[in-house]
Design a protein around this ligand. Structure first.
Ligand code: DC
Length: 216
């Protein structure tokens, strides 16, 4: 089974998807972390994130793995580095690169061939798995999303800086040519502005466990 959870940064996707996966005993896959990890690899190779050809060639040789809550890039722990400001900035052009998207989407599809998954990102219900069994689109007001992101950002940025960065990424993600952030027509939209993590998780679990067509 494939459960797709899409939405902008700070909408609560990651924390919710993790909990839903745990409750169902499914594999959890954070595709944003995949784009972030290869962006860190690009920066560490000294390649300009906007240089689409060199970026694509470098990413082709990278391996991203998730192990015991850690993100490994070519065997090295990048769990903290992927949340730093440099990665926040580099991930925008890297994730807009169609060749990079193709490579990572192939890996995401391969994952779901062998596992029941909860996969979260921007394009999971629209592009990666248009036939996903369940699609959720999480949103929240930008001020609330900035506060949530602040708590997990390793850099000492002000709330205003985090908010401005979110706004910049939202606009870019929604307007880019390849796989823009958009809600699938058949996704269930959940506004998490006034919801706790537990409420978001319970809401999704109740919709998944509810028999389809009222059990008929
Ligand atoms: O969810 P996040 O903030 O960790 O995602 C990081 C960036 O990666 C975000 O700016 C958009 C991009 N992304 C994407 O283009 N497609 C995905 N499936 C997931 C993330």
């Amino acid at each position: 089974m494939i459960i797709a959870i899409d939405g902008p940064s700070g909408s609560g996707k990651s924390s919710t998807a993790k909990r839903v996966a745990k409750a169902l005993n499914f594999v959890y896959l954070d595709t944003g972390a995949m784009y972030r990890a290869v962006s860190v690899g690009v920066l560490r190779s000294g390649i300009a994130p906007e240089n689409s050809e060199e970026v694509a060639e470098a990413v082709r040789h990278m391996t991203v793995l998730f192990r015991k809550g850690k993100v490994l890039l070519d065997g090295r722990d990048v769990t903290t580095a992927i949340r730093e400001d440099a990665a926040n900035k580099a991930v925008t052009p890297v994730s807009a690169n169609p060749a990079v998207r193709k490579l990572l989407v192939e890996k995401q599809r391969a994952y779901a061939r062998d596992h029941d998954v909860v996969m979260e990102g921007r394009d999971i219900g629209t592009v990666v798995f248009p036939d996903a069994d369940y699609k959720f689109f999480l949103t929240a007001e930008i001020g609330v999303r900035a506060e949530r992101r602040m708590k997990e950002a390793p850099d000492a940025l002000s709330l205003e800086e985090v908010r401005d960065d979110l706004q910049r990424r939202d606009e870019y993600d929604a307007s880019r040519e390849h796989s823009p952030l958009k809600c699938a027509a058949d996704a269930i939209v959940i506004d998490t502005t006034n919801m706790t993590l537990q409420q978001q998780t319970d809401k999704i679990l109740s919709l998944i466990r509810e028999p389809k067509n009222g059990g008929k």
